[in-house]
Each structure stands twice: as structure tokens, then as C-alpha cells.
Design a protein around this ligand. Structure first.
Ligand code: NAD
Ligand code: TYD
Length: 350
């Protein structure tokens, strides 16, 4: 049986990846390693936590000794690495945790893989999940391809770019089997409500102002998280060693247009008069160094591996709103920090 370590599996995207692998591959043993930071929430995985091919391990990837001991003990066949500090605004406020987890944490995992997979690199795989933000900002036109030069601007994207370089270096220098994917902005269920879409849903629901940075002119390319997880599955199984794939939905939206659409959906779902939610839109001071536009060219993934997004954005956004409205307890727990207690009661000592 193949034993796969998924890091960051209690987070937003990681939980969707864990769910997909646990449900689709009963022949794999899936080990979810997560530190359970403010963004890690085991309540994201209640539907699969009792499956026989799933296990959770609380650990911190910045702790090299702990990671080495784990690799020695567990004999993983592959790693799918998602654990990260992921929020640009937090990285602007304090970059250090981003260097520690995203750079040092990734290098700790690479070192353990290099050491404990020695002699078997051909049968092992290190899959590094990254972001399109490493490519920097686009102007009004153009798209990021796999050969676009790295030009990160925020501390978050600088830390992810650095980790991508280390992953490639371990392939080029030591021959480790690595694969990297760089994805555009994700949306969907279980998204921590500090990021634009879940934050706006939560604020509209509670009649609080919806902060739009600057003039709302910045453009992001949105992909349904379930489609990202499916792309990771396809790339993990089919990419050649050392390859990079861009993942994106060809779905660019100006922030202000997206928020206007979300307001319309929320009015409909909450039975409010049209235009009510849009009154909550509040333009606030722009983010420092705010990248103007991201857009992903995922032609390589579509042509080589036959992956295409499955869901139209309007439909996906409506589905996402439904999920948040149906999961009030999840939302109130994450906004109050209560989910930390879940680990203590459900998992401690397991
Ligand atoms: P998230 O913040 O929701 O989840 C991150 C997870 O990592 C959390 O469960 C957290 O507890 C865990 N973690 C953090 N530090 C850790 C540490 N030191 N040791 C162990 N676990 C730790 O993030 P996300 O949005 O799900 O992103 C997952 C990955 O995908 C990240 O690598 C991110 O860079 C990448 N990515 C995200 C997006 C996006 O739109 N969110 C787009 C492209 C790529
Ligand atoms: P975010 O969800 O933080 O993702 P990223 O910075 O990784 O793209 O932000 C998405 C876009 O929305 C980005 O252009 C910043 C903007 N934004 C707001 O206008 N208001 C907000 O409250 C947040 C969190 C983001």
C-alpha cells in the first residue's frame, strides 16, 4: 500500500485534497500532518476522519528533528506539501512566520525526503503546492505561463518563490523526484474568513462593512477549490519528474465586480431587497504593494493531462454561499477560535 504524507491537510485546500485522496484511493494510506495554526481546523474533515485509510498527526514542519523522526518511523512513499502560512496581509504585518514555515519548513521536509528516500528516489515523489503569486503582477494584458520569470512582491509570495526554488534545487542537485504546481486564487467551502470571498460572505451575513482595498480594480483569477484538488490528483499521478504545471480557471474578475455579484447572490439567498448588501461595500486603504492582476495560462495542464475546470464561477459562488449559510456553526467556531478546542476533545493523544 502506498503511504502518502499530506501536509497542511487541515487547512482550506489541504482538506479538499485529503478528502479527494481518502475517498478516491482506498488503497492508499493518507497521513495528514498539520500544526493546527489558526487556519488549521479538523472540523474540515469530519466526513472522512473515521475512514480506515486516514490518519491525523499533529506536528510542526519547522521542527526538523520531529520531521526526521517521522520520516524514519513512517516510511512515506510520497509527500504532497500544502502546509504554509497563506495570507498576504498577515505576511505584510509580520513576515517571519512565513519564512519559518514556508521556507524552512519546506527545506526540513526536503531534507528528510533526501535522507530517508536515498537509493529509492525513482519510486518516491515530492509534490510541492505553490501559487501563481510567485510570478508577480501582470498589467492589463498577458498571462502567467510555466516559463514566466519569478518576480514576487509580497513577503508571502517571496517565501513561496523561495520554497519553489529549493524544491527545484533538490531535484537538480540530488535527483529527488519533485513536481510543482502554481495555482491561481481558490474559492469554495472551508475557506478561512480572512480571505476576500469568505470574509465578504461573513460580513454581509452579519451586516458588517465589506472592505474593498483601493478602488477594487485589482484582478484575480478564481478557481473552485475542488477543481484544484482534482488537478493536484492528476498532476501527482501523471506529471514527469521535475515538471511544473500552472493551474487556473481562466476566470478573471475585478474585485469590485466580484463583490457586486456576491452582494446580489447574498440578497437573493437572505431574502433581502435587491441592493441591500451592496450598501455594505466600503472602500478602504489599499494593501501595500498590492499586485494589480493575476491570470493563469493553464494550457499545458489542459493539453498534456486533459484537465479542465468543471464549474462555472457564478454557479460555484452560489454553491459557496449556500455552504457558508448552511454551516453557521463552522463559521462561528472559526471566527471565535473555538475549533482549537475540537482538537483537544477529539484528537488529543490519538
Ligand atoms: P490555509 O492557510 O487554509 O492552510 C494552511 C494549513 O497549513 C493549515 O491547516 C495550517 O494549520 C497548516 N500549517 C501552517 N503552518 C504549519 C506548520 N509550521 N507545520 C504544519 N502545518 C502548518 O492555506 P490554503 O489556502 O489551504 O493553502 C494551502 C497551500 O496552497 C499553501 O501552500 C498555499 O501557498 C497554496 N495556494 C493557496 C492558494 C489559495 O487561493 N488559497 C492558491 C494557490 C496556492
Ligand atoms: P485575498 O483573498 O487576500 O487573496 P490574495 O491576496 O492571495 O490574492 O485577496 C484577494 C483580493 O481581494 C486581493 O486583490 C486583495 C483584495 N481584498 C480586498 O479588497 N478586501 C479584503 O478584505 C481582502 C481580504 C482582500
Amino acid at each position: 500500500m502506498k503511504k502518502i504524507l499530506i501536509t497542511g491537510g487541515a487547512g482550506f485546500i489541504g482538506s479538499h485534497v485529503v478528502r479527494r485522496f481518502v475517498n478516491s484511493y482506498p488503497q492508499y494510506e493518507i497521513v495528514n500532518l498539520d500544526k493546527l495554526t489558526y487556519a488549521g481546523n479538523l472540523a474540515n474533515l469530519t466526513d472522512i476522519e473515521s475512514k480506515p485509510n486516514y490518519r491525523f498527526l499533529k506536528a510542526d514542519i519547522t521542527d526538523a528533528a520531529e520531521i526526521n523522526e517521522l520520516f524514519q518511523r513512517e516510511q512515506f512513499d510520497a509527500v504532497i506539501h500544502l502546509a504554509a502560512e497563506s495570507h498576504v496581509d498577515r505576511s505584510i504585518a509580520d513576515p517571519t512566520a512565513f519564512v519559518m514555515t514556508n521556507v524552512i519548513g519546506t527545506v526540513n521536509l526536503l531534507n528528510a525526503a533526501r535522507e530517508y528516500w536515498k537509493g529509492n528516489y525513482d519510486s518516491k515523489r515530492f509534490y510541492h503546492v505553490s501559487t501563481d503569486e510567485v510570478y508577480g503582477a501582470l498589467g492589463e494584458t498577458g498571462m502567467f505561463t510555466e516559463t514566466t520569470a519569478y518576480d514576487p512582491h509580497s513577503p508571502y509570495s517571496a517565501s513561496k518563490a523561495s520554497s519553489d526554488h529549493f524544491v527545484r534545487a533538490y531535484h537538480d542537485t540530488y535527483g529527488l523526484d519533485v513536481v510543482i504546481s502554481n495555482c491561481s486564487n481558490n474559492y469554495g467551502s472551508h475557506h478561512f474568513p480572512e480571505k476576500l470571498i469568505p470574509l465578504a460572505i461573513n460580513n454581509i451575513k452579519n451586516n458588517r462593512p465589506v472592505p474593498v482595498y483601493g478602488k477594487g480594480e485589482n484582478v484575480r483569477d478564481w478557481l473552485w477549490v475542488v477543481d484544484h484538488a482534482r488537478a493536484i490528483d492528476v498532476i501527482f499521478h501523471q506529471a514527469k519528474t521535475g515538471e511544473t504545471y500552472n493551474i487556473g480557471g481562466h476566470n478573471e474578475w475585478k474585485n469590485i465586480d466580484l463583490i457586486q455579484l456576491l452582494c446580489k447572490i447574498m440578497d437573493k439567498k437572505l431574502g433581502r431587497e435587491a441592493g441591500t448588501s451592496a450598501k455594505l461595500i466600503t472602500f478602504v486603504t489599499d494593501r501595500a504593494g498590492h499586485d494589480l492582476r493575476y491570470a493563469i495560462d493553464s494550457t499545458k495542464l489542459q493539453e498534456k493531462l486533459n484537465w479542465v475546470p468543471s464549474l462555472q464561477f457564478e454557479e460555484g459562488l452560489e454553491k459557496t454561499v449556500d455552504w457558508y449559510l448552511e454551516n453557521e456553526k463552522w463559521l462561528s467556531d472559526v471566527t471565535s477560535g473555538n475549533y482549537q478546542a475540537y482538537y483537544e476533545t477529539q484528537y488529543h493523544g490519538r
